[in-house]
Design a protein around this ligand. Structure first.
Ligand code: ADP
Length: 504
């Protein structure tokens, strides 16, 4: 039977008259045109090849794969498309499709070349055929582990890992078996004050202790020996000078080649140590503050119990008075400490409503009037019409503290003025005294817990330095502020700013 050549691929469906394959029993009896169409629609690239001749035909996926949608593949040899294909890959087939043993074809991996010269890895299956005058039917599938895809995916993955790695607050350093840094994240570079790019290759010990470590031998010099340990605190000698307390955790890490190394996590301890110091100070201050009234109570009571003082006598009544005042002070102190704790935890419930500023100021003046009279200080409240949004009890508590302090630190015969004025959407409630005044370098710290002006005789004034810390916390909880201005020897003004109530 004379061979008939299929029409070139570019014309779409080849000559329908071509006999693609003899219909075998049990198979659908398809028209040749339908078979060509099926081949053209196949998901794989299909090439029909006659030994020693240019390509006979290529289906649509083959034209796409080799980037020759509009270029004729005809006239080109199979080895132009796949130069790595050896003659034996074809010749080795040796037998015809009728030979049942070879129906599955032979699979190899070849390099495919697109029209633009780019290469791609391809899985190639060669089968023997007698269809349409061809010798071989070649199926070509691009392997989806294409290097370009891999690289792009790898680059994206690396970028993501880098972002995560660099957003860690903890410093991370990789150390190789020789003790040199192999990698480090941004936090590590910042902690040790070196450029990130300078880290790789730098000996771990010099990153940690600088170039001149005074310890010989230094227990931290061999990171591999410390793998598995967490050491704290470690003094990091920074490149820019100075030291930083850190905690280091060392974990063994085996590299891709199985070589041992360690990953070191560096955690800045500055804040933790500061908090611990604050806590220690707080505990010792609180103990001290509690001990003073307790000592008075114990002393008075033991004198009375021992019968050394007659409770009915003048001295006895003084003892009882001291014990009572001290226990009241103790109770106030405990209330204050609890208040502070609640304020810090944001657990002071406020019942905010519209309040008359003058009423609040007058309530505070009333509460402090006893000590004002005792101290010979005049309290003057300036009437006004301002209204604020506040929790009346808590606002009065703040004002009592301010007026109480003003009275405490004012000389007899002076005046403490309470006033309110509107400023924008705020009402400023002020307490002005003509007292000692506060040195400007201490104005900021008097709002801290247990802070008192250095050298002031506040111990005589029965204070623990908690009042303003609580008052400021309460002001802020209202969405307001508490500030102070002062002039030594002239007096001070404390201003509580609260949200103004909307007009009715
Ligand atoms: P304290 O209970 O000791 O008064 P505060 O927190 O209320 O605690 O005040 C802290 C410190 O601020 C006071 O001990 C005092 O040194 C200073 N201070 C507060 N108000 C005044 C004022 N009106 N005049 C002078 N010093 C003041």
């Amino acid at each position: 039977m004379p061979r008939r050549t299929p029409a070139p691929y570019a014309s779409g469906v080849p000559d329908p008259a071509l006999q693609l394959s003899p219909s075998a029993g049990g198979r659908p009896d398809l028209e040749a045109a339908e078979l060509w169409q099926l081949l053209d629609d196949a998901p794989s690239a299909v090439l029909l090849v006659r030994s020693g001749h240019p390509l006979l035909w290529a289906n649509a996926p083959a034209r796409t794969l080799f980037g020759s949608a509009d270029l004729a593949l005809t006239g080109r040899l199979l080895t132009d498309l796949m130069p790595t294909l050896k003659p034996e890959d074809l010749a080795g087939q040796g037998r015809r499709a009728t030979d049942r043993e070879h129906v599955g074809g032979r699979r190899t991996v070849q390099a495919g070349v697109r029209a633009d010269g780019t290469r791609f890895p391809a899985e190639v299956t060669v089968s023997v055929t007698s269809a349409a005058g061809a010798d071989f039917l070649v199926l070509v599938r691009e392997l989806d582990t294409g290097p370009s895809d891999d690289q792009a995916e790898l680059a994206a993955l690396r970028e993501r890992t880098d972002v995560v790695f660099d957003s860690l607050a903890e410093g991370v350093l990789g150390i190789d078996g020789s003790g040199a840094v192999s990698f480090g994240n941004l936090a590590a570079a910042q902690l040790v004050q070196r450029r990130r790019t300078d880290l790789p290759g730098t000996p771990w010990h010099s990153v940690l202790h600088g170039d001149r470590c005074t310890l010989d031998p230094c227990a931290l010099a061999d990171p591999l020996a410390l793998a598995g340990q967490t050491i704290s605190p470690v003094e990091l000698r920074r490149r820019g000078g100075g030291t930083l307390p850190v905690e280091i955790s060392l974990r063994m890490l085996r590299g891709g080649d199985g070589a041992p190394g360690v990953v070191v996590t560096l955690h800045d301890l500055t804040e933790r140590l500061r908090m611990e110091q604050l806590k220690d100070e707080l505990v010792s201050t609180v103990s001290h503050e509690l001990r003073t009234p307790l000592t008075s109570i114990r002393g008075s009571l033991s004198l009375l119990r021992a019968g050394a003082v007659d409770p009915g006598s003048e001295q006895g009544r003084r003892m009882i008075e001291i014990a009572t005042t001290s226990s009241e002070r103790l109770s106030r102190l405990l209330d204050d400490i609890l208040d502070l704790g609640r304020l810090q935890a944001g657990k002071v419930p406020l019942s905010i409503s519209r309040q008359n500023a003058t009423t609040l100021l007058a309530a505070a003046a009333q509460a402090v009037s006893g000590s004002a009279v005792t101290g010979g200080v005049l309290l003057r409240t300036v009437e006004n019409e301002e209204r604020v949004m506040a929790d009346a009890d808590r606002a009065v508590q703040v004002l009592i503290n301010l007026v109480g302090n003003a009275v405490k630190f004012s000389p007899p015969g002076s005046t403490v003025t309470l006033a309110a004025r509107r400023e924008g959407d705020r009402v400023l409630l002020s307490v002005t005294d003509e007292g000692l005044g506060i040195p400007s370098d201490q104005l900021g710290r008097i709002f801290n817990r247990f802070a008192q002006v250095d050298g002031s005789d506040t111990r005589e004034h029965d204070g623990a330095g908690l009042g303003l810390a609580i008052a400021q916390g309460l002001a802020e909880q209202h969405g307001g502020t508490l500030t102070a201005t002062s002039e030594l020897g002239t007096g001070s003004t404390f201003v509580l700013s609260l949200p103004a109530a909307p007009a009715r």
